[in-house]
Design a protein around this ligand. Structure first.
Ligand code: MG
Ligand code: MG
Length: 258
């Protein structure tokens, strides 16, 4: 069952996702070598609650925190901890909120201080693969058109696409139908209609695609120990083009000032 949202509902989802976008910009403003991922989590939780919303991940399936913070070879679902971020690390920060009953869910992978050229390449290609996916998210196209666009872009840089985790529908629930894989064939999967709201979230590895789950029951890591990046937008499928409900503009305003 695919839930199609009205324009009014998409407006509410935009508000939720804009709050996530602003929360990620708060993270950008404090992120530096020497701070812990748990500190990022505390800043995010306070900001979300101060804005009249709730952290969507906290308690979701028993997840203990507001953010997923996944460092270096951690792909996604990392638990904030006393780990001290160091120069050259990357950290994927995934954030969810519930505002007025509607979910926001977006992620950005930040470089910590100066990172190597190889690391920048992975970040650039992962981000670009997300943008390619967005271009395919219009009415009449199929989910596989998004999947194929993401995969093609990521693999063109020599990177690999994580298979075990996928994007998803978004609305009054954090995870709705359909699943949105980051690999697949054009013309396959459910047909999209105007009003479908989905999260597109490529998880792209510098090395091989295989992953495993740590025995904390959450954290997903690359099997080969190489780094992984993750960017996520919520988008509303429209006629001819997608309406992106997330923005990285606030993050980039902060990063460009540094
Ligand atoms: Mg997310
Ligand atoms: Mg998501």
């Amino acid at each position: 069952m695919l839930y199609l949202k009205t324009d009014e509902e998409i407006g509410l989802l935009r508000e939720s996702n804009m709050l996530v976008s602003r929360t990620l910009a708060e993270i950008a403003s404090i992120l530096r070598p020497g701070i812990t991922t748990l500190y990022l989590d505390q800043i995010a939780e306070t900001f979300i609650r101060d804005n009249g919303a709730f952290p969507a991940f906290k308690g979701y399936g028993g997840f203990p925190n507001t953010l997923c913070t996944s460092v270096n070879d951690q792909v996604v679902h990392g638990i904030p901890s006393a780990y001290v971020l160091k120069e050259g690390d990357i950290v994927s920060v995934d954030c969810g909120v519930i505002l007025n009953g509607w979910y926001g869910d977006s992620a950005y992978t930040f470089p910590v201080g100066e990172v190597s050229e190889e690391v920048k390449q992975l970040l650039d290609y992962t981000r670009a693969s997300l943008e390619e996916g967005v271009k395919a998210a219009f009415a009449g196209n199929r989910i596989g058109d998004i999947s194929s666009a993401v995969q093609t872009k990521a693999e063109s840089g020599g990177f690999s696409v994580v298979r075990e985790l996928v994007g998803h529908g978004l609305g009054r629930k954090l995870h709705e139908q359909p699943e949105v894989p980051n690999y697949g064939k054009r013309g396959s999967g459910p047909k999209m209609e105007k009003g479908l709201v989905i999260c597109i979230e490529p998880m792209i590895n510098a090395g091989k695609k295989e992953t495993y789950q740590m025995n904390d029951g959450w954290t997903i890591k690359t099997a080969d120990g190489k780094i992984s990046a993750h960017f996520e937008y919520a988008v509303a499928v429209g006629r001819g083009e997608a309406d992106v409900l997330t923005t990285f503009k606030f993050i980039e305003e902060v990063l460009n000032k540094m």
